[in-house]
Design a protein around this ligand. Structure first.
Ligand code: PLP
Length: 489
């Protein structure tokens, strides 16, 4: 790739590769790397989607010890091509239908680069005011674009913050809920083993992880049964909450999912909120991938009931063209989040903080230090504009719905779950799990596309997600033909 010779801008001479990279060399290599990324994206559709390296194969090509002497950058990049690239799975391929999209659009890549270039820490307003204020502002914009409740706007007691992931968001929500339920006691003294949390049996495993980390205990997370659409049963939640109270336990937190990972099921947030309100529980809503659909008014039904939630999160780093990591998290009232996470050592004291006139985002997250993530989200929102983002969502949903109809009509295949948006779960009709697993393995081994699987209703199920930014009808057609061909074997 980087075969072009590096020249200093001024005199055309090669700069000294054994010196730390200077500004001219950075400029030249930077231009080449941007070219490389543009070429990579331009040619990505013809690469086999998934890496086929064996475990240990990448490491076996790396020297056992870090270098003592500087190495020329062209040699490092040559090794990147030789050693790293074969071990890369191409998430940016238009043939990517596995897990969820992790779109890295060009504006977001440039925002990421600029964030690295500035190299600021945004832990306090004081440590880079624009880092905080841009974040607050784009989160207000985004909440409005999704039609989220006014309570999440920063102008009131609530507000938004960018986390690394939805996992961090649910952990922060659980910590805030824990403090609210115990009046701040758990922060000082630890948990006494009475708190109980709830989510559905189809919820993401991150909720269980959070229950462990937050000191609630994984055994004190109740996995509520789901209905025939794989959505949480609010009646079963109410029954479990009542049983736990009767046992002297303290229900304090529930996490509802808008678009489960396995099958895109949409929990009945309004009915769950009613149970939470009666029990005094915090309600968090996890809409990691599917929240993006609410850009379009016709899909806002997925958020019915969110106006009763205490917190909500979705991942622009999935389906909203912003490269990982960028997870948006809002609370309706920031008080308990701050109670749970604020800490002010003397060396971080400053006048802006003391006057209370500013937001210090280190109090809204687990770590202290933080990246300037808002820049890439700002670049995306402005470069595309809301209407282009809506058009992308509509097209992906249309393609997925079209795919679902083809599955329904095909004699060898069947839908394994309702497909409300851009994810289709399907399997071979009247065949066992082993046959379905073999089908997935054949498809992925072809290199022509990538799918993933889940257990839905206790059965092995293939998942076909349409969300990669470059995916068009032609890619879905090609995938469909390949699937039908392999299904006949
Ligand atoms: C992807 C996903 C998550 C996890 O997201 P991270 O940002 O990687 O923590 C959580 N919930 C749902 C529904 C998801 O689809």
């Amino acid at each position: 790739m980087m075969e072009r010779r590096r020249r200093s801008r001024n005199n055309g001479a090669m700069s000294d590769a054994t010196k730390p990279m200077d500004a001219d060399a950075f400029r030249d290599w930077g231009h080449q790397l941007i070219d490389w990324i543009a070429d990579y994206h331009a040619g990505i559709a013809s690469r086999p989607v998934q890496s086929t390296v064996q475990p240990g194969e990448v490491r076996a090509q790396l020297p056992p010890h870090a270098p003592e002497e500087p190495e020329p950058f062209d040699r490092i990049l040559a090794d990147f091509e030789r050693v790293v690239m074969p071990g890369i799975t191409h998430w940016q391929s238009p043939h990517w239908h596995a897990y969820f999209p992790a779109n890295a659009s060009f504006p977001s890549i440039l925002g990421e680069l600029l964030s690295a270039g500035l190299g600021v820490q945004g832990m306090l307003w004081q440590t880079s005011p624009a880092c905080t204020e841009l974040e607050t502002h784009v989160l207000d914009w985004t909440a409005e674009l999704l039609g989220l409740p006014a309570a999440f706007q920063s102008s009131g007691p609530g507000g938004g913050v960018l986390q690394d992931t939805a996992s961090s968001a649910v952990l922060c929500a659980m910590l805030a809920a824990r403090e609210r339920a115990t009046g701040g006691r758990t922060n000082r003294e630890g948990c006494d083993g009475t708190l109980v949390a709830y989510t559905s049996e189809q919820a993401h495993s991150m909720v269980e992880k959070a229950a462990g980390i937050a000191g609630i205990g994984r055994a004190h997370l109740r996995l509520i049964p789901t209905d025939n659409t794989h959505a949480m049963r609010a009646d079963a939640l109410a029954t479990q909450v009542a049983a736990d109270r009767a046992d002297g336990l303290v229900p304090f937190f529930a996490s509802a999912t808008v678009g489960t990972t396995a099958s895109n099921a949409i929990d009945p947030v309004g009915a769950i909120a009613a149970v939470c309100r009666d029990a005094g529980m915090w309600l968090h809503v996890d809409a990691a991938m599917s929240g993006t659909a609410a850009l379009c008014p016709e899909f806002r039904w997925i958020h019915a009931g969110v106006e009763h939630a205490d917190s909500y999160s979705f991942n622009p780093h999935k389906w909203m063209l912003t490269n990982f990591d960028c997870s948006a998290f809002w609370v309706a009232d920031r008080r308990w989040l701050l109670e749970a996470l604020s800490i002010l050592p003397e060396y971080l004291r400053n006048q802006a903080t003391d006057t209370g006139a500013v937001i210090d985002y280190r109090d809204w997250q687990v770590p202290l230090g933080r990246r300037f993530r808002a820049l890439k989200l700002w670049f995306v929102l402005r470069s595309y504009g809301a209407e282009a983002l809506r058009a992308m969502v509509r097209e992906h949903v249309r393609l997925a719905q079209d795919f679902a109809q083809r599955v329904e009509r095909h004699p060898l295949l069947e839908l394994a779950a309702p497909a409300p948006l851009n994810l289709v779960c399907f399997r071979l009709k009247d065949r066992d799990d082993a046959a379905n697993r073999a089908l997935l393995e054949r498809l992925n081994a072809s290199g022509a596309l990538a799918l993933s699987h889940a257990a839905v209703g206790g059965c092995y199920t293939l998942r076909f997600c349409v969300g990669q930014a470059k995916t068009t009808a032609a890619h879905v057609d090609a995938a469909w033909e390949r699937i039908v061909e392999e299904a006949q074997h």
